[in-house]
Write a protein that binds this ligand. Structure first.
Ligand code: SF4
Length: 363
């Protein structure tokens, strides 16, 4: 039986200095006004669980580095109390709010991984997305992290912007590769209701266009030694995100903070996105009990995102079900969308390109 104890903690800091046009994460302006009250409520929420020491702690947002230095240090100190010795401790940051002082605080409290929102190497694209920094600032942030001993760095890239050519994407990829970070996450633009892009009727890329862009990303990053270990995530050996693997392997985790989600034992939960409620201690908005059928579905949905796919023997032991008996799976193996290697079921390169459709086809 799979272990149902959480070994990861996600902490959400919703504040940003500027709101990006495409973003549908729980985020808001005003860390000066609400930061102190938020951190107080957050610590109460953390203490309301019996969180021991975790193998991974991840502080995401929003922009955690937009907090002032005092609150930032308080947050890091508190978070570290829940980190096992040698655990992976990640913080998301934006280049413009990542000062040397903040990096020193991180290094002092064992933060060993930083995920930087870079998104593009083109200044006009950064402006179009409403980003609050230049590419030059991103480059400086990477250098500053390394100077202070933090080498495990991820940079995010967004592709599929309006009119983006393969040439432009090639330039982005070259500039990102030059930063020489061991991890690159890539996101195809999606325009969700409620975002500024949605209100402005900004178009998502067409299927063919995004498939060509994805292929270019895959061949370019593979060509310089990155491994695509998850459909959108590329890393050098030994630098996979342990925290994010928790989600992709469908393992349990605590999630705290405004709009955070968690998965404990047989319950998934979503926290409120309403700051007033959150500050009043009404943290959880929705709970979902996971029955064996949903667990099986979640397990497939998440693990097939991984290049290593699913161990068929383990799957059968866990869910008493032989995946290869499923008609849709057999058909997709025949169509070269899924494959079996070393008794593992995974998506082929062709399958990874249309993973969402494959997953929909499974249920
Ligand atoms: S993308 Fe990041 S920085 Fe931009 S609004 Fe969203 S959370 Fe804030």
């Amino acid at each position: 039986m799979r272990n149902k104890d959480a070994d990861s903690l996600y902490i959400h800091i919703p504040f940003c200095t500027k709101l990006c046009g495409y973003c549908d994460f729980p985020k808001l302006l005003g860390s000066e006004k609400w930061g102190e009250a938020y951190i107080t409520a957050l610590f109460l929420e953390i203490d309301s669980y019996n969180i021991g020491k975790m193998s991974t702690v991840y502080i995401g947002g929003g922009t955690p580095t937009s907090l002032n230095d005092d609150l930032f240090e308080k947050l890091i100190r508190k978070s570290k109390e829940h980190l096992k010795d040698g655990g992976e401790f990640t913080i998301e940051a934006n280049p413009d709010s990542l000062s040397e002082k903040k990096i020193r605080i991180m290094a002092e409290y064992s933060v060993n991984r930083v995920s930087l929102g870079v998104q593009s190497s083109h200044e006009y694209r950064l402006r179009e997305m409403g980003r609050s920094h230049s590419f030059e600032e991103a480059r400086n942030a990477v250098e500053l992290l390394r100077k202070n001993g933090i080498f495990n760095i991820n940079i995010d890239l967004i592709y599929g912007l309006k009119g983006e050519t393969l040439e432009e994407l090639k330039e982005d990829l070259s500039a990102f590769i030059e930063l020489d970070t061991p991890h690159i996450s890539t996101y195809c633009l999606s325009v969700s209701p409620g975002t500024l892009f949605y209100n402005k009727k900004y178009n998502e890329p067409g299927e063919e266009e995004s498939a060509d862009q994805y292929e270019l990303i895959l061949s370019t990053l593979r060509g310089v030694g990155y491994r695509r270990y998850e459909v959108s995530n590329f890393a050098k050996d030994g630098c996979f995100s342990k925290h994010n693997l928790t989600y992709w392997k469908d393992n349990r985790y605590y999630g705290v903070g405004l709009g955070a989600s968690g998965y404990l034992k047989d319950t998934r939960y979503d926290n409120t996105r309403n700051l007033d409620k959150y500050l009043r201690g009404q943290y959880i908005e929705k709970k979902e009990e996971i029955d064996p059928k949903s667990e099986y579905e979640y397990y497939l949905l998440t693990n097939l995102r991984l290049e290593e796919g699913i161990d068929l023997e383990e799957f059968e032991k866990e869910f008493s079900y032989t995946l290869l008996n499923k008609k849709e799976i057999k058909e997709m193996i025949e169509s070269n969308l899924l494959k079996i290697e070393n008794n593992r079921l995974s998506a082929t390169d062709k399958g990874m390109m249309i993973l969402d459709r494959i997953l929909l086809n499974l249920f």
